[in-house]
Design a protein around this ligand. Structure first.
Ligand code: SF4
Ligand code: SF4
Length: 356
């Protein structure tokens, strides 16, 4: 099934354009000074020269705001006070240019949205319609620590095909039937030469060797939750945080959401919106009590969830793919790599606990 295709760069755009006959397309496009990853208009093609997108492609499967139901309150309307389901778009969509670490993040999100107890029908529909055509990263940025997180710039997990930029041409590793179907729709059928597997292995090793940034969480795994929770360094870690939530919105693995009704006059919608553990309202009870009422408590929650609770619960590594977005976008320069180091090097019983 797995095979490698050769595509001359001059043939790429016409092929992608041709695939629009069978697929809606999503991909990276420049929006002012940053790249965004979103559904493309008829006139757009993915920018395969992008580095990273400001927000991750998770919004294609888990939108920032999604209308689940509509309703009418007017007693004379058809079915007043009854929730009407919004019909989901199930037509095929090719997600082109997703970075391997962002595709790996989707596998983490699946643990939440495809769990046996509460499978999310909105997510399931979105993932079923998507074909993921990844783009390997030949030159990872200095904030990339993906190889410490069980992924990397050439990781194939969660992808249907992996495109590798070889200067004047692309080599594409077709990994699944879905990937093969998109290649066919785009007219990309030219089989690569016999040495293509070695070329890809060399490029993968070269890209991974450029990642100097590393983290370790071996000791975190062995520590007790209570010891880490009571560690004195949380006060220091939270000191500069302005609780803006940028880290959680930018993160490809953050999955928290809230459901709200918004009513306008006699009609309204029930919406699912991204939420953030860094916001005080996130845990505010109807009684007025808030179990995470302090910045320290919320900052600790974010890192404990990603680097300890998730690790213990799923035994599938940490809830982070090392994309570096939260490091780049934090206005207070809070760096998850440094927090991870402090957690990993912590020795319980040394230092007074000042946590609240
Ligand atoms: S580096 Fe930051 S933004 Fe990227 S996956 Fe890890 S926690 Fe999320
Ligand atoms: S981006 Fe930085 S300042 Fe904003 S909530 Fe996250 S850690 Fe705090």
């Amino acid at each position: 099934m797995i095979h490698i295709i050769h595509i001359d760069k001059k043939d790429w755009d016409p092929g992608v354009e041709a695939s629009k006959r069978n697929y809606q397309l999503a991909g990276p496009v420049k929006d002012k000074q940053f790249h965004v990853f979103r559904m493309l208009t008829d006139a757009e093609l993915p920018d395969m020269a992008y580095k990273t997108s400001r927000l991750s492609p998770k919004s294609l499967l888990f939108p920032q705001s999604e209308i689940m139901f509509t309703y009418r309150l007017d007693p004379k309307a058809d079915s007043p006070h009854i929730l009407q389901e919004v019909k989901a778009d199930s037509s095929p969509c090719a997600v082109i240019g997703i970075r391997p670490c962002d595709a790996r993040a989707i596998r983490i999100l699946k643990l939440n949205f495809e769990g046996p107890e509460y499978p999310d029908p909105y997510w399931l529909n979105a993932i079923e319609r998507c074909t993921f055509i990844g783009l390997a990263d030949n030159a990872p940025e200095s904030t990339d620590f993906s190889t410490s997180c069980g992924t990397g710039p050439f990781d194939e997990a969660g992808l249907d095909a992996l495109v590798v930029d070889c200067q004047d041409h692309y080599l594409v590793k077709v990994l699944t039937e879905k990937g093969g179907a998109w290649m066919k729709a785009a007219g990309f059928t030219s089989v690569a030469s016999n040495n293509a597997p070695e070329v890809l292995e060399r490029m993968k090793a070269a890209a991974e060797s450029k990642i100097a940034s590393k983290i370790s969480f071996d000791n975190i795994r062995k520590m007790s939750i209570l010891d880490l929770y009571q560690a004195p360094f949380w006060e220091d870690a939270a000191f500069g945080c302005i609780q803006c939530g940028a880290c959680t919105y930018a993160c490809p693995t953050c999955w928290c959401f809230d459901i709200q009704d918004e009513t306008y006059g006699a009609k309204g919608v029930r919406m699912k919106n991204w939420d953030s553990c860094m916001a005080p309202l996130f845990t505010l009870h109807a009684s007025g009590h808030n179990p995470r009422s302090t910045a320290l408590g919320r900052t600790r929650q974010r890192f404990m969830h990603k680097l300890k609770y998730f690790l213990d619960k799923y035994d599938q590594g940490i809830m982070c793919v090392g994309c570096g977005r939260c490091i780049v976008q934090c206005p207070a320069n809070i760096d998850i790599r440094k927090i991870c180091d402090r957690m990993n090097q912590y020795e319980a019983g040394k230092g007074e606990c000042r946590c609240q």
